[in-house]
Design a binder for this molecule. Structure first.
Ligand code: ADP
Length: 400
């Protein structure tokens, strides 16, 4: 047990660090901020203390160590320094936890070594997460550093949902299977959806649609994930801002053999130049809606491809779950884009799904129902809060 009540949450990317300091007595934010363009000469630091004015500056930040140093300085300027005895833990978002990490885990040398062994399956994310953890450990070696894994919530998927139908020996030798991502968000949102319905998570079956720039769907039965749309990497599944989601795997052979592209070029095409941006040049749903309103056909097609894929996953997860109690929309698009929500359930009355136009049009930052009164399946908008979930998981681990 600790009497300290604050948790610092760090989300370390390859060239950025996002952070939030939370007070676990009520989950409130004491400060939020980010350092971006690390190692690029002119890095940008933005810091906002609770109830205070945002501060922003541009300065050279050579690496993650310097970035965390800058974060520590900003926090100290508000009397929230990292040396404070009020700090109970630092919670780290770690993208890939493989099969081993099914729970939040206090970081040890052995845990770090295992996260490092997973780099080949998460080459874009895990290295930055590891640097973030190492740096924070050096700064406060006495403090528990807790790793919270994006994949953890999905480790309950049954084997038949996690397996690709490829040669088992080859798959196992290279740890090729469906891991899923955005797990912290799916866990939080499925639980909050149950709360919105006034029921225990163990009693309800929920389909969660996390629609941000990255997007994924999950089927959650009684609080446990039974299927999710992302796979070995975050490329599989829904159409995203810049990622293709599902394609025939033979498209990649074709691009290699017929279009003469290298593997790196194909990787870049499917991860960065596909999805909404590939279809119409924009990945922001607000801009796409504006273009549609102006009669733009490419934007219309991009929207229709996006929604069609969503519908297919909703239908698939109705089948996977058998009984669905709620469908929850979350993240940037899910929380804000009423036309996406409307189009995604249009024509699905046979599955018990519908939205009420007036409720769907309400703008609010809180969880809310948008299905008509008495609907068989509750359709909801449930804002996600990955930082709060990471902080809660880290805090409950150090308070066991
Ligand atoms: P990330 O995956 O980067 O965390 P977010 O969950 O913040 O993404 O979602 C970002 C996306 O949300 C934007 O690219 C944009 O398409 C969409 N979005 C944000 N605000 C709105 C809005 N008011 N209306 C429609 N779409 C929005």
């Amino acid at each position: 047990m600790t009497s300290a009540t604050r948790v610092l949450v760090l989300n370390s990317g390859s060239s950025s660090v996002k952070y939030q300091l939370l007070d676990m007595r009520d989950g409130s934010r004491l400060a939020v901020g980010l350092v971006e363009r690390i190692g690029e000469g002119a890095s940008r630091l933005a810091h906002t203390p609770a109830g205070g004015a945002p501060r922003e500056r541009t300065a050279p930040v050579a690496g993650h160590e310097a970035a965390l140093g800058a974060v520590a300085e900003e926090l100290a300027a508000d009397g929230l320094g990292l040396d404070s005895p009020e700090l109970a833990a630092i919670g780290h978002r770690v993208v890939h936890g493989g099969l081993r990490f099914t729970e939040p885990t206090v970081v040890t040398d052995e845990v770090l070594a295992e996260v490092e062994r997973l780099v080949p399956v998460a080459p874009l994310h895990n290295p930055a997460n590891i640097v973030g953890i190492r740096t924070a450990r050096a700064l406060r070696p006495d403090l528990p550093q807790v790793a919270v894994f994006d994949t953890a919530f999905h480790t309950t998927m049954p084997e038949y949902a996690a397996r690709y139908a490829i040669d088992v020996e080859t798959a196992d030798a290279h740890r090729i299977r469906r891991y899923g991502f955005h797990g912290t968000s799916h866990a939080y949102v499925s639980r909050e959806t149950a709360r919105l319905l006034g029921r225990d998570p163990s009693e309800v079956n929920v389909i969660v649609l996390h629609l941000g720039n990255g997007a994924s769907a999950s089927a959650v039965a009684g609080g446990r994930c039974v299927d999710t749309s992302m796979g070995l990497t975050p490329l599989e599944g829904l159409v995203m801002g810049t990622r293709s989601g599902d394609v025939d795997p033979a498209v990649t052979f074709h691009l290699r053999r017929v279009a003469g592209m290298s593997v790196d070029e194909i990787d870049e095409l499917l991860n960065r130049r596909s999805g909404l941006v590939g279809l119409c040049g924009d990945n922001d749903m607000r801009e796409i809606r504006r273009r549609i309103d102006g009669g733009d056909e490419r934007a219309r097609l991009a929207f229709d491809v996006y929604v069609h894929r969503l519908k297919k996953y909703i239908g698939a997860y109705c089948a996977v779950l058998g009984r669905v109690d709620a469908l929850a929309f979350t993240a940037g698009v899910g929380e804000n884009a009423a036309p996406v929500r409307e189009a995604a359930v249009e024509g699905l009355e046979g599955l018990g799904l519908a939205v009420d136009a007036e409720l769907n049009a309400v703008r609010s930052g809180g969880p809310r129902l948008i299905s008509p009164a008495g609907a068989r399946v509750a359709v909801a908008v449930v804002p996600t809060d990955e930082e709060l979930e990471i902080a809660r998981q880290a805090y409950s681990l150090v308070n066991r």
